[in-house]
Write a protein that binds this ligand. Structure first.
Ligand code: HEC
Length: 143
């Protein structure tokens, strides 16, 4: 094989390895480079991200959602700052085999989501999740 072909194939092999690595095992710096969010309005951004990642398909958050996972009202008071962030960063590292997916959130996305959850927990209108009976009654009344 001519030397130049050898160099080209080695470079291509390195590129493939790099792509596989960044795609399947993205390191934190890479997530921060590729998925930064603007934190001028962290609460608003957090709200958008909760919608984007569809956290409510498993969690009850701010008056709506499903309780497949724990209901999140009060979570920012229940968990310390580090554990809360770790849940968002890598759920499996806290509880192996958890059904909560790793969303590969960047640090700024995590901060935005934490700000939104904190704002909900500190808002005076925040109420605990309605129990099943109340929900059923509301459904019956069409409300
Ligand atoms: C497929 C379902 C699912 C989705 C989607 C999901 N989670 Fe979870 N989450 C869980 C489950 C289940 C747990 C509890 C972990 C366990 O017991 O295995 C959990 C735990 C948590 C906890 C810790 C709660 C506590 O009380 O300890 C936080 C915080 C959390 N999730 C936030 C989020 C956020 C934010 C999103 C969206 C980015 C999200 N989750 C999306 C299923 C989900």
């Amino acid at each position: 094989m001519p030397r130049s072909r050898l160099i080209v194939s080695s470079l291509m092999a390195v590129a493939v390895v790099a792509v596989v690595w960044l795609w399947f095992f993205p390191p934190r710096w890479w997530l921060n480079v590729t998925k930064p969010v603007d934190l001028t309005d962290p609460v608003g951004t957090g709200k958008i991200l909760i919608g984007k990642y569809d956290c409510r398909r498993c969690h009850f958050i701010g008056e709506e959602g499903i309780s497949k996972g724990p209901a999140l009202p009060g979570v920012t008071k229940r968990l310390d700052a580090v554990s809360l962030r770790l849940w968002l960063r890598n759920p499996g590292s806290i509880r192996g085999g958890t059904s909560m997916p790793n969303f590969r959130l960047s640090d700024s996305e995590i901060e935005a989501i934490v700000s939104y959850l904190t704002a909900l927990d500190n808002s005076p209108t925040e109420r605990p999740p309605p129990d099943e009976a109340v929900k059923k009654l509301k459904r019956l009344l069409g409300g």
